[in-house]
Design a protein around this ligand. Structure first.
Ligand code: ADP
Length: 369
């Protein structure tokens, strides 16, 4: 029996096919530049045939859905009614949910016999308490427009938390973690006893830490100031904050490898970008230490979190006073445990695997063994 995991973007479909019992990967691929999702699934049908898999006969398909609003706390079996509910949430994630929905519609068409399950990137954060998810703006704005923190990267934070529990031989339910997903998108999560109690991304994935091309948190007054002083439109501001900011805005690239090389070559903008990036991560670490004492471990994941010893060192150095002691040799070797033996907190590097996490959740919903 096989299990297909789909991540449908606006012009691409990423897929991973698992053997459902062992969760061994049978195939994975990225189908790009598609004009619609039906076309994408036809391409996938041909690619899967190479493995003698008939897409129309696949038993279970897991769909990554970015925004589950307040409605979805867990993976859910998709039917017509549920699809309508996901559509209602589209204004909260206009860049992502419509593409996710098109992917589901096309997949249901090509594989009508399969169980289709939606796994939401926001679901893990539904345990965040009200005082942390509400913004200090009039309550009626929350009530009328659903403006609140939802958080994202939930699939990744949940996965690395479960892997950290395994690595530390401590059950998730008794583990307090700070997880950093540092890729093109960047977010941190405070996880108390296996549950998310706060995260840095907000109503949209724009809030929080400095990212590849997103600004992260800035003074909201800047937006109205630029609308008035520079006559910028909402679309222009949106593009500036989502596409032209973050590492791109300061260093001219969103690729951490290029920025590190440029900084080492004497490029002041690249060096400044590194310092700003790590400074904000370090500040966040301190903030989550404050709300979640005691913390057992800090986990780094995502392209930068997993591979950049430099960034991890910039975050962790100078934090002896809060019990964080990095072992430089282990850090440079990208070992799983990178803390010094005298560190009060464990420091872990754990590669994320969002597809595997979705597959695990799909199996749980269907109670597959
Ligand atoms: P996404 O969020 O799009 O999934 P990734 O998690 O793959 O992105 O992270 C992309 C980032 O990881 C890029 O900034 C890339 O430069 C960085 N990265 C990947 N490998 C390395 C490495 N060896 N050293 C430093 N940065 C790296």
């Amino acid at each position: 029996m096989s299990l297909l995991i789909i991540n449908a973007g606006s012009s691409s479909i990423k897929y991973t096919l698992f053997e459902s019992k062992t969760l061994r990967v049978i195939d994975h691929g990225l189908i790009e530049e598609i004009s619609d999702h039906h076309e994408g699934f036809e391409v996938m049908r041909t690619q899967l045939q190479i493995h003698n898999i008939d897409i129309t006969q696949i038993e279970a398909i897991g769909h990554r859905v970015v925004h589950g609003g307040e409605r979805f706390h867990e993976p859910t079996l998709i039917d017509d009614e549920l699809l309508e509910e996901i559509k209602v949430l589209s204004p909260l994630a206009p860049l992502h949910n419509p593409a996710n929905i098109e992917g589901i519609v096309a997949a249901r068409k090509i594989a009508p016999l399969a169980f289709h399950i939606a796994v939401f990137d926001t679901a893990f954060h539904q345990s965040i308490p009200e005082y942390a998810y509400l913004y200090p703006i009039p309550t009626r704005v929350y009530e009328s427009y659903h403006v609140r923190r939802y958080g994202f990267h939930g699939i990744s934070h949940r996965y690395v938390a479960s892997q950290a529990a395994k690595a530390l031989h401590i059950p998730s339910e008794s583990l307090n973690l700070i997880t950093f997903h540092i890729g093109n998108g960047v977010s941190a999560c405070a996880i108390r006893k296996g549950k998310s109690i706060d995260t840095t991304m907000g109503m949209t994935p724009l809030e929080g830490l400095m990212m590849g091309s997103r600004s992260g948190s800035i003074d909201p007054g800047i937006i109205t100031y630029l609308m008035r002083q520079a006559s910028m439109s909402p679309d222009q501001i949106d593009a500036m904050l989502n596409k032209q900011s973050g590492l791109t805005g300061i260093a001219g690239s969103n690729d951490m490898r290029i920025i590190i090389d440029a900084a080492d070559g004497g490029d002041n903008h690249a060096q400044l970008a590194l310092e700003m990036f790590a400074y904000r991560l370090k500040k966040q670490l301190g903030a989550y230490m404050a709300i979640m004492s005691p913390v057992d471990a800090v986990v780094f994941t995502g392209g930068i979190g997993e591979h950049s010893a430099r960034i991890r060192a910039m975050i962790c150095t100078g934090l002896e006073h809060i019990g964080i002691l990095l072992d430089e040799t282990k850090n440079n070797a990208h070992e799983t445990m990178i803390h010094d033996e005298y560190s009060a907190l464990d420091l872990l590097v754990i590669p994320t695997d969002e597809e595997l996490q979705i597959a695990l959740e799909v199996k749980e919903v269907l109670q597959l063994r």
